[in-house]
Design a protein around this ligand. Structure first.
Ligand code: SF4
Ligand code: SF4
Length: 116
């Protein structure tokens, strides 16, 4: 079991969640974050940090977000680790309440991670 970042995070990459993770399992894409399911220790700390409620325990994932389990697992291997909060996207509020952002608005490109 692991925590999972849902598609709500797409274009709402606020990064409030990353600093609380004790095992550095957030990875940064161009427009969202994912959690590495092999590193996550289910500590629950990140879930309440997300201002838009995008993080779920895998066993509490809404049905329409099951697809994001594979997205988290795949892109955690491809994207760099992020442990420090970054500036929010300027237009994140515009995207906050938009549903079904995956795959249309998802970017497979990596973000800068901690080296940016
Ligand atoms: S549940 Fe804990 S270990 Fe898992 S991603 Fe969140 S903060 Fe990290
Ligand atoms: S705090 Fe929530 S919306 Fe922001 S990057 Fe983390 S998971 Fe995505």
């Amino acid at each position: 079991m692991a925590y999972v970042v849902s598609e709500a995070c797409i274009k709402c990459k606020l990064t409030d969640c990353v600093e609380v993770c004790p095992v550095d399992c957030f990875h940064e894409g161009e427009n969202m974050l994912v959690i590495d399911p092999d590193e996550c220790i289910d500590c629950t700390l990140c879930e309440p940090e997300c201002p838009i409620g995008a993080i779920y325990s895998e066993d509490e994932l809404p049905l329409e977000q099951i697809k994001m389990i594979a997205v988290n697992a795949e892109y955690a291997l491809k994207w760099p680790v992020i442990t420090e909060i970054k500036d929010s996207p300027k237009d994140w509020e515009k995207w906050e309440h938009i549903e079904h952002k995956y795959p249309e608005h998802f970017s497979p490109n990596p973000g800068g991670g901690d080296d940016e």
